[in-house]
Design a protein around this ligand. Structure first.
Ligand SMILES: Nc1ncnc2c1ncn2[C@@H]1O[C@H](COP(=O)(O)OP(=O)(O)OP(=O)(O)O)[C@@H](O)[C@H]1O
Length: 610
């Protein structure tokens, strides 16, 4: 047997009026929308009808009336459309939403029950018949009566009587504010007629982007000013936006300060009625630095009318707006590189965050964003000219200690020590498949430094031997090379394998017996991966020390150079390192001041001469 669903009307009214919309304020939007649609319908029905007009009239007793001179409703239409939830006069015969109307779902009027227990509609139809009065209640009851004296002219008046807890929504100031908020762009006259106050027109003549100005410069200045009012701060630039297939026009403001990468914050009007001040997904994710203000005739609203419905059309609009914003960036890069630099200075972090995922942003970063390199600050595209391999280091400290040396050794370096840098470098092949990108292994750098000039190795052998003994206690081994800059006497290098071995050994020390046995199996004890202290033969001090390898101060000199190299490379100091540094520092000072002890302080410390 077939049955029909039973609908609890009170439940449905409650659900739609209290849970669909984010705030009771939308009642104003729904009333204005209905009045505007009625005016559109009247123009279609009777081309000779005069201009449309809506009057919003807060009454002294706290009620609110909204009058329009639209098409009105006949008595049968009142039953059909006002009394059936979900029934609308704004769809075509096939049930599709009609382009020329704002409404489409047949539920908007229910929003009035958020601020009123009863809604009264008095209407006279342009199609003829007597005036009719309909009164609906929040519990789902309604009454209808014809009353030809209720209204003389064609059109409709809706009256809301507030509950005690909702009176504040209907006071004149609030009403004026809400009407302007939602409807200031409507191309119908909307007037506020409040008790004891002169009527006020609430709609603007034109949208800011539609206003004619004597020159493009003045238009630009006016739009920037509009952006300042909206954003509360002066936008960096303004871009005209237009997508004819979606009947979309408007502007995009370039934010003047860095913002979190996000997709919201756009102001969207739908057929000139504000849909949302915080619409999302209007532009592609990478265009996070843009805030749009657009009016569209074709995009679909969700039923709450507070967001855009995600469909193919929205996605093609997004793409098209993305093209226009990209065009703006491209124009900056070609014609105004200084403005592009200013833009990147502000938004570099967000641009970099997206370059990790978006090839377009990656291209922009590659071409324009300056990176710190051993050749100076420059975009990667410039840096890699003539190189087949881009080498980078992953920390700022590593860059500071290695850049000059690597560069002198013919290995230019990029500092990828800041947020997103190494990810960007690893993705670089997406924009240039011919390039190799590799993280510099400092161990590999040591291999690229020049050996000593022929014949000098023997002269340095004694020194190397002493250094080997001293450094063995510190878990390090010496190497003698000649490299630039000559001002660096020694370089402490932890190769990738040394770093791996070091962290493995630390884990073994920290783990329990079972694990330490398992981990030990990985420890390649046979191969000596210890960090290296590379002495620079070009440095005069190194050569002077090496000239007398058996001299008493050589051990201290080696420890001191070791400590200095650790400090210069910002390497962490272990307790043994600090001890070596202190020991050598004091011993060398002691040697420098060789006079007799001060007679007032006794004998002083005994000089240790080793
Ligand atoms: N001021 C008015 N003048 C003439 N008809 C009206 C007026 N207000 C409402 N109506 C009629 O009542 C119907 C229902 O209105 P309601 O606001 O609930 O839904 P809608 O406007 O059709 O769609 P939506 O839910 O998208 O707003 C409308 O389709 C229209 O036929």
């Amino acid at each position: 047997m077939e049955h029909r669903f039973q609908v609890d009307l009170r439940g449905i009214v409650d659900l739609l009026s209290h849970h669909l919309y984010a705030s009771p304020r939308v009642y104003a939007r729904e009333l204005l929308q209905n009045a505007t649609d009625a005016i559109t319908a009247r123009r279609e029905f009777d081309a000779a009808a005069g201009p449309g007009r809506i009057v919003v009239e807060p009454l002294p007793d706290g009620a609110l009336r909204v009058h329009d001179n639209g098409i009105g409703l006949t008595e049968p239409e009142v039953h059909l459309f006002l009394a059936s939830v979900g029934r609308t006069s704004k769809r075509d015969d096939l049930g599709f939403a009609r382009q020329d109307f704002l409404g489409q779902f047949g539920i908007g009027l229910l929003s009035c029950f958020m601020v009123a227990d009863a809604v009264e509609v008095v209407s006279r139809s342009a199609k003829g018949g007597p005036a009719v009065r309909w009164t609906g209640h929040a519990d789902g009851r309604y009454t209808t009566e014809t009353d030809d004296t209720a209204r003389a002219e064609v059109g409709t008046t809706v009256t809301l009587r507030p509950r005690t807890d909702t009176r504040h929504w209907l006071v004149p100031d609030r009403v004026g504010e809400l009407v302007r908020f939602y409807a200031h762009l409507l191309d119908v006259d909307v007037e506020l007629v409040a008790p004891d106050a002169a009527p006020v027109r609430l709609t603007d003549e034109r949208a800011p982007w539609e206003i004619d100005h004597p020159s493009p410069e003045e238009r630009h200045a006016a739009l920037i000013d509009y952006g300042r009012q909206l954003l509360g701060t002066r936008p960096m630039d303004v871009i005209d936006l237009r997508v004819p297939e979606a009947g979309l026009v408007g502007v995009g403001f370039v934010l003047p300060s860095a913002s979190a990468v996000g997709q919201g914050g756009h102001r969207v009007y739908l057929k000139r009625m504000l849909l949302s001040e915080d619409a999302s997904k209007v532009v592609p994710e990478w265009a996070f630095f843009i805030r749009c203000v657009v009016d569209t005739a074709v995009l679909r609203p969700t039923a709450s009318r507070e967001a855009l419905y995600e469909d193919d059309l929205l996605s093609s609009v997004r793409q098209s707006l993305g093209e226009q914003i990209r065009g703006w960036l491209l124009d900056l890069s070609v014609n105004h590189p200084d403005r592009l630099s200013a833009f990147l200075r502000v938004h570099h972090l967000g641009v970099k965050a997206l370059a990790v995922r978006d090839d377009e942003m990656l291209r922009l970063v590659d071409a324009w964003l300056p990176f710190e390199t051993s050749r100076g600050a420059m975009p990667l595209r410039v840096f890699r000219r003539g190189l087949s391999m881009v080498r980078y280091v992953e920390t700022v400290d590593e860059f500071r200690s290695l850049a000059a040396i690597a560069s002198a050794a013919g290995t230019p370096l990029v500092n990828a020590g800041y947020a997103y840098d190494s990810e960007i470098l690893q993705r670089l092949r997406r924009v240039d498949p011919t390039i190799q990108v590799r993280r510099l292994d400092p161990g590999e750098l040591a291999a690229r430094l020049d050996p000593l000039p022929p014949g000098q190795e023997a002269a340095a052998a004694g020194f190397l031997e002493t250094a080997r003994t001293v450094l063995a206690d510190l878990g390090c081994k010496p190497l003698l090379r000649q490299f630039d800059p000559v001002t660096v006497p020694a370089l402490y290098i932890v190769g990738q394998q040394a770093a791996n071995q070091d962290s493995l050994r630390r884990s073994i020390e920290a783990s329990d017996e079972l694990w330490s046995d398992v981990l030990s199996a990985f420890d390649d004890v046979e191969v000596d991966h210890r960090p290296e202290l590379v002495f620079n033969w070009r440095h005069p001090l190194v050569r002077r020390i090496a000239a007398d390898p058996s001299g008493p101060a050589v051990r201290h000199a080696v420890e001191a150079l070791y400590g200095q190299a650790l400090l210069a490379g910002h390497h962490p100091l272990r307790a043994v390192d600090t001890a070596a540094l202190n020991r050598s520092f004091l011993a060398l000072l002691d040697r420098a001041f060789t006079g007799p002890p001060n007679r007032w302080t006794g004998d002083g410390p005994t000089e240790e001469k080793s």
